[in-house]
Design a protein around this ligand. Structure first.
Ligand code: ATP
Length: 346
C-alpha cells in the first residue's frame, strides 16, 4: 500500500474522561494527508482535547490514534511529527523574532548559517521580511501570530495543529489572516488541523470540518455539505442561522410530520397573491419585525403556525423596500430542495 492512501490522522473509538466529565466520547474520524481540517464546536465540546490527544499532551482512556498510519500510544509529544500553534502564541519574550523562529532548529543542532537562511525563508512566507531582529514585545498581535506560525512551520512537521490561533485578533485582522493561513497551507502542503468555535472561520478555510457537540462529532463534511445539508438540528443551528420547522409548519412546508431546517436566506418574500413556482412550497403570514443589518435585513414573519426568519440582501437599500413593514401581509416561498430533513442528535 502506498502512503498516499494513509490518513494523516485517524481516531478509532477514542474516549477521554476527566473525572465525571466525558470530554471525548467514542470519537472516530480520519484526516487526509494535506487536508485543511477544522474541528468546530461550542466551548467545552471536546475539540481542544482532541487536538491535545493528537499532540500527545493527553492520552486516550480507550481507542486508538494513528498519525500517518502509526499507532502513537505511548509516543511522547516531541517524537510525534506534529507541531502546535497556540492562541497565546507562547513566544520567548527575551529572544528576537529570528531566535524564536530558529529555536526548534537550534535544539536539533542545525548550523547557524542554515538556521538563518531557513528563518529568512519563513519570514518571507508569513510576510514579516525585515523583522528578524525585533523582540516579540515590539510586534502587533497579528505579527506575533505570524511569528508563532513561522516557528512551527520551520520544523517542517507533517501535521500542524492550530488551537484558536486567531482568537485574540480583532475581526478585520482575523478575516485577513484566515485568507492568508489558507494560502500558506496550500503553499506548504502540510496537513492543518484547526480548532475554532467560529463557524465563519471554519466555513471559509476548511476542506472539511467536524462539528463537535458534547464530546461527539455530529457531522463531518465539506463546508457546503455541512451548511446545505445539516445532519442534525444542532448542526443546523450552530453552523449559520436556521429556521427549525416542527409540527404544523413542518407538515405544511416539508410535507411530512418530521423536523426540517430552512436557511433564512433561502426563503423569498413575495406579494400575497403571487403565483407559487413549481417545485416551491409556500406559506402566508404577516411581517412581525424588520431588523436592518447593513448588507442584509432580517425579516421575522408570523406565518400560520409559527415564526419564520427571512434574510434578504439589501440590494435596493434594504429596510425601505416596499412591503417590509410590520403588519404587512406577505407570502413566503421556498424551493423544496432547500427544506432539509434533520434527524435528532445521537
Ligand atoms: P473551548 O472552546 O472552551 O476550548 P473545547 O471544545 O475545546 O472548548 P475541551 O477543552 O476539549 O473543549 O473540554 C471538553 C470538556 O473537558 C470540558 O467540559 C472541560 O471542562 C473538560 N476538561 C478539559 N480538560 C480538562 C482537564 N485537564 N481537567 C478536567 N476537565 C477538563
Amino acid at each position: 500500500m502506498t502512503a498516499a492512501g494513509v490518513p494523516a490522522v485517524a481516531f478509532e473509538g477514542v474516549t477521554r474522561r476527566f473525572g465525571d466529565v466525558l470530554a471525548v466520547d467514542d470519537v472516530s474520524f480520519s484526516i487526509a494527508d494535506g487536508e485543511f481540517f477544522s474541528m468546530l464546536g461550542p466551548s467545552g465540546s471536546g475539540k481542544t482535547t482532541c487536538l491535545r490527544l493528537v499532540a500527545g499532551f493527553e492520552q486516550p482512556g480507550s481507542g486508538h490514534i494513528r498519525i500517518h498510519g502509526v499507532n502513537v500510544e505511548g509516543v511522547p509529544p516531541y517524537r510525534r511529527d506534529v507541531n502546535t500553534v497556540f492562541q497565546d502564541y507562547a513566544l520567548f519574550p527575551h529572544m528576537t523574532v529570528g531566535g524564536n523562529i530558529e529555536y526548534g532548529l537550534m535544539i536539533r543542532k542545525v548550523p547557524a548559517a542554515e538556521r538563518r537562511r531557513r528563518a529568512e525563508e519563513m519570514l518571507a512566507l508569513v510576510k514579516l521580511d525585515g523583522l528578524y531582529a525585533r523582540k516579540p514585545g515590539q510586534l502587533s498581535g497579528g505579527q506575533r501570530q505570524r511569528v508563532a506560525l513561522a516557528r512551527a512551520l520551520i520544523n517542517q512537521p507533517r501535521v500542524l495543529l492550530l488551537d484558536e490561533p486567531l482568537g485574540a485578533l480583532d475581526l478585520k485582522l482575523r478575516e485577513a489572516m484566515q485568507a492568508e493561513l489558507k494560502a500558506i497551507q496550500r503553499q506548504v502542503g502540510i496537513t492543518f488541523v484547526y480548532v475554532t468555535h467560529d463557524q465563519g472561520e471554519a466555513l471559509s478555510m476548511s476542506d472539511r470540518l467536524a462539528v463537535f457537540n458534547r464530546g461527539r462529532i455530529e457531522q463531518i463534511g465539506s463546508p457546503a455539505e455541512v451548511y446545505d445539508h445539516p445532519a442534525t438540528p444542532f448542526v443546523a443551528g450552530f453552523v449559520g442561522q436556521t429556521n427549525l420547522l416542527e409540527g404544523y409548519l413542518a407538515q405544511r412546508l416539508g410535507g411530512f410530520p418530521a423536523t426540517y431546517a430552512v436557511r433564512p436566506e433561502r426563503i423569498r418574500i413575495v406579494a400575497p397573491d403571487a403565483d407559487v413556482p413549481s417545485g416551491f412550497a409556500s406559506i402566508d403570514g404577516k411581517v412581525a419585525s424588520v431588523t436592518y443589518l447593513g448588507a442584509n435585513s432580517r425579516v421575522e414573519v408570523d406565518a400560520d403556525g409559527g415564526m419564520l426568519a427571512v434574510v434578504e440582501q439589501n440590494v435596493d437599500g434594504g429596510a425601505s423596500v416596499a412591503g417590509r413593514v410590520p403588519g404587512a401581509v406577505v407570502r413566503l416561498v421556498v424551493d423544496r430542495r432547500h427544506i432539509q430533513a434533520v434527524s435528532a442528535s445521537r
